[in-house]
Design a binder for this molecule. Structure first.
Ligand SMILES: NC(=O)c1ccc[n+]([C@@H]2O[C@H](COP(=O)([O-])OP(=O)(O)OC[C@H]3O[C@@H](n4cnc5c(N)ncnc54)[C@H](O)[C@@H]3O)[C@@H](O)[C@H]2O)c1
Ligand SMILES: [Zn+2]
Length: 458
C-alpha cells in the first residue's frame, strides 16, 4: 500500500505508488483506500519514485505470472479426443464459444521427423477429422541441428502461415530437442507466441516438457541461447514412448533417477525394484493382472518424477535461486555431452555426472559405502553408463570453474545425503574431488566393465 513520502534525508524523497485503472486509463496513486475503491482494477505492480538533487529515478516492480497446465491423457491422436486442440483453454465460457462456433481451428505443428514417420498419418487424420486448417512442419530436430538456424526456419514458416497469436498456439511434438527449439522459436516470434508441448520420449515426458526452459546450442555450448518461457500446456500420452529405442528409455530413466536421489526414496526403491520391467515394457501396459501392476509402477514412477520436478521448478521458474537440486547431474555433463557429441545421450551424460557425484558424496561422508553401491547398482540395472573415459579430472575441474563464474562465486553442488534426500554444498575441497575421482575411476572403469564397455561402444 502507498506510503507517505519518506524524507530519508534532506536530499532524497522516496514515494511508493500503486497502479489503478479507471475507465481504461492506468494511473499511479499513493494507494489510499478512497483511490482504490473508485478503481476498476488494482495492479500488483508498483512504481517507486526517488527524487534527489541529481534528478528522479523510477523503480518498476512488475510481477509476471505464468500459468500452464500439464495434463495426462490417453489416445491423444484419437479424433474424438479434443485435448490437443482445446486442452489448453481454462475459461469454460471460451471453451463453449469455440465448440459452438463453425469456424475451423487453425494450428501450426512442428514435429520431429522421426516421430512424423511413425505418427504422421495418424496426426493428419486427426486434424482432418476435426476440420482443422493446419500446417505440419516435420524437421530433423537432432542435437547436432539444435541451433538458431532451425529455430529461424520455424519462425519463417510460422510467419508465412499467419497465426492469430492469441488463439492459435504452435504445437511442438517430439523429444526434448524438438520441444526446446520450438519453445525458443515461439518465445521469439512476436515476442511471445503461446505454444504447446507434446513429449514423445521418456526424457521429455518427465523432464524437458514440464518446465519453462527453451533453447538451442550456440558457440559449442549446450543451450547457450534460450528463454524461460513455459508452454501454455503440456499434453502427456505415455503411448508415444512405446516406439522409442530401449537406449532412450534408459536415457529418460536417468532424469527420473535424479529426482529419486534428490527427493524421493520411494521413487528410488521403485526404480531399484521395477527398473528392468519398466525398461522391458517401455512403460506400456495391457489389461492383464500383470498389466495392471505394470500400470501402477509406470504411472507411479512418471507421476512422482513429474511432481517432484514441478515442486522444484514452480517456485523458481526463472532459476533466480541458484541453489537447485534439479542441477544434480548437470554440473559436468553439459561439457561432457558437447565433448563427445553425438556419442552420449543427454541422460547418459547426466548419469555419468551423477555417478561421479555419488562418489564425492561418499568421500565427503554423506553417503555410506552400502548406499553408494546400491545407487551404482541401480544405475547399472537401468542400463546407464556409470563411467566415461572422456570425463577426466581436467574436464571436471574446468566445468566447476565455469560454474563458479556463473553462480555468484560459489560452486553450489547438490549432493545426496542418504537415499532420496539431498542438500547443496559449496565447500567441497579439491582434495575430496580428486580422491573421489580416483576411487570412481579405479572402481568403475574396471569392475563395472559391462557398463563401461557400453559407454565406450556408444
Ligand atoms: N528444457 C528443459 O528443461 C530440458 C530438460 C532436459 C533435457 N532437455 C533437452 O532435451 C534434449 C534431449 O531430449 P531427448 O532425450 O528427448 O532427445 P531427442 O529429442 O533427440 O529424441 C531422441 C530420439 O528419439 C526420436 N524419437 C522421439 N520420439 C520418438 C518416438 N515416440 N518414437 C520413436 N522415436 C522417437 C528422435 O527422433 C530422436 O532421434 C537435450 O537437447 C536436452 O538439452 C531440455
Ligand atoms: Zn537434464
Amino acid at each position: 500500500m502507498g506510503k507517505v513520502p519518506l524524507e530519508n534525508d534532506a536530499k532524497e524523497k522516496k514515494t511508493e505508488f500503486s497502479l489503478v485503472r479507471v475507465k481504461s486509463t492506468w494511473k499511479r496513486t499513493r494507494g489510499t483506500k478512497a483511490n482504490m475503491d473508485t478503481a476498476d482494477c488494482v495492479s500488483d505492480a508498483k512504481i517507486y519514485e526517488s527524487i534527489t538533487e541529481q534528478g528522479t529515478s523510477w523503480t518498476v516492480v512488475s510481477p509476471i505470472v505464468f500459468t500452464y497446465k500439464v495434463t495426462e491423457t490417453h489416445n491423444l491422436l484419437d479424433p474424438c479426443n479434443d485435448t490437443l486442440l482445446l486442452g489448453q483453454i481454462t475459461d469454460p465460457q471460451q471453451l463453449e464459444d469455440i465448440k459452438k462456433s463453425s469456424k475451423p481451428l487453425k494450428r501450426f505443428i512442428v514435429v520431429d521427423q522421426e516421430v512424423y514417420k511413425i505418427y504422421g498419418s495418424k496426426l493428419t487424420e486427426y486434424l482432418e477429422a476435426n476440420n482443422v486448417l493446419y500446417k505440419i512442419l516435420a524437421l530433423p530436430t537432432t542435437e547436432e541441428n539444435k541451433s538458431m538456424d532451425i529455430a529461424l526456419k520455424i519462425i519463417e514458416e510460422v510467419n508465412n502461415f499467419s497465426l492469430d497469436r492469441r488463439k492459435e498456439p504452435i504445437i511442438a511434438m517430439g523429444g526434448g530437442v524438438c520441444l526446446d527449439i520450438v519453445g525458443l522459436a515461439a518465445s521469439l516470434y512476436r515476442r511471445r507466441t503461446p505454444y504447446i508441448r507434446v513429449p514423445t520420449t521418456l526424457l521429455s515426458y518427465i523432464d524437458a516438457s514440464v518446465g519453462a526452459k527453451t533453447g538451442v546450442n550456440f558457440a559449442n555450448c549446450k543451450n547457450k541461447l534460450g528463454a524461460y518461457v513455459p508452454p501454455v500446456a503440456v499434453f502427456l500420452d505415455l503411448s508415444f514412448i512405446q516406439t522409442i529405442p530401449r537406449r532412450h528409455i534408459s536415457n529418460g530413466l536417468a532424469e527420473m533417477l535424479k529426482m529419486a536421489l534428490m527427493k524421493h526414496r520411494g521413487l528410488f526403491e521403485l526404480l531399484e525394484k521395477h527398473g528392468l520391467m519398466l525398461l522391458d515394457t517401455k512403460f506400456q501396459t495391457d489389461k492383464s493382472i500383470d498389466g495392471h501392476n505394470r500400470l501402477q509402477a509406470a504411472s507411479r514412477a512418471t507421476r512422482l518424477a513429474i511432481t517432484t520436478m514441478l515442486e522444484e521448478l514452480a517456485p523458481n521458474l526463472w532459476e533466480d535461486d541458484l541453489n537447485r537440486l534439479v542441477d544434480f547431474g548437470h554440473l559436468i555433463s553439459p561439457a561432457l555431452e558437447m565433448k563427445v557429441l553425438p556419442s552420449l545421450l543427454h541422460g547418459e551424460a547426466v548419469n555419468i555426472d551423477m555417478s561421479y557425484m555419488v562418489y564425492v558424496s561418499q568421500e565427503s561422508g554423506l553417503l555410506t559405502e552400502e548406499e553408494k553401491q546400491r545407487i551404482i547398482s541401480c544405475m547399472v540395472g537401468l542400463e546407464l553408463p556409470v563411467w566415461h573415459e572422456a570425463c577426466t579430472m581436467e574436464l571436471i575441474q574446468k566445468s566447476l570453474q565455469d560454474r563458479l563464474k556463473h553462480s555468484g562465486g560459489l560452486i553450489r553442488m547438490p549432493l545426496p545425503v542418504g537415499l532420496g534426500q539431498a542438500d547443496i554444498f559449496n565447500d567441497t575441497s579439491y582434495e575430496t574431488l580428486h580422491r573421489a575421482y580416483e576411487k570412481w575411476r579405479d572402481e568403475l572403469s574396471v569392475s563395472h566393465c559391462t557398463s563401461s564397455i557400453r559407454s565406450v561402444k556408444l
